[in-house]
Ligand binder design. Structure first.
Ligand SMILES: [Zn+2]
Length: 228
């Protein structure tokens, strides 16, 4: 099943609301691989050998994408999942101006439960989540509730778990992530561009609060109207 607009993650929703493209670097790599673009051959060798795509290649793909967007009259963009390292942030400075960096933070116990709860249907490819999160608020904050995303009956017996979605592996991924990302947060904080946002739960609880934090109003016609 294709997820409806209500279930779409925050970057996708923001991009729709603001009328700017959502650019995820993983998609840029996949698109280049699928095309016969100039980097496709080099990329397929890297990916086939299980190596990481270098910052240079990512930035190369990204600047090409931003340039094409500029030619088409795009007025901005939402970069998703990039930069992840301080080096990428520094290179990005030379490519484009970033107005704002939003750090969407989910409490670690909720993040862990959501990662370990991921399931995929081996038949239709649908993504589900069996984790039901209901935890006490921190420092007198509200209780956090995130319902599971359960599969329809026909998928129930065909669910698979990714081999690396174990608590141990996820904890290690989070540790690596924090080591890499904390300097990136500091980088943008020092430039006055970092917005820290603690996710209060799933999208239904988070979305209105995120818009409030960004000073954006969503009118019923779903057109943007920025109050800033
Ligand atoms: Zn299925």
């Amino acid at each position: 099943a294709r997820p409806g607009a209500r279930g779409a993650p925050a970057p996708t929703r923001l991009s729709r609301l603001l009328g700017v493209p959502h650019i995820a670097t993983g998609d840029l790599v996949r698109d280049e691989l699928a095309s016969s673009g100039p980097l496709a051959k080099q990329l397929s060798e890297i990916v086939n050998h299980g190596k990481l795509v270098s910052d240079e290649i990512i930035i190369n793909l990204l600047s090409k994408r931003l340039e094409e967007g500029g030619d088409k009259g795009e007025l901005g963009f939402i970069l998703d999942g990039f930069p992840r390292t301080i080096r990428q942030a520094e290179i990005l400075e030379g490519v484009t101006d970033i107005d704002l960096v939003i750090n969407l933070k989910l409490r670690e116990e909720a993040l862990l439960a959501k990662c370990v709860g991921r399931r995929k249907c081996s038949q239709c490819g649908g993504n589900f989540n069996v984790a039901s999160i209901d935890i006490e608020g921190e420092n007198g904050g509200p209780r956090m509730y995130m319902p599971p995303l359960l599969p329809p009956p026909q998928c129930e017996s065909k669910l698979i778990t990714r081999a690396d979605d174990t608590e141990e592996v996820v904890k290690e991924r989070l540790r690596v992530y924090h080591d890499l990302c904390e300097p990136v947060e500091d980088f943008y904080r020092a430039r006055g561009k970092l917005l820290e946002f603690d996710l209060p739960g799933g999208i239904p609880e988070s979305w209105p609060k995120l818009l409030q934090a960004l000073n954006i109003e969503e009118d019923p016609d779903n057109n943007r109207s920025a109050a800033a």
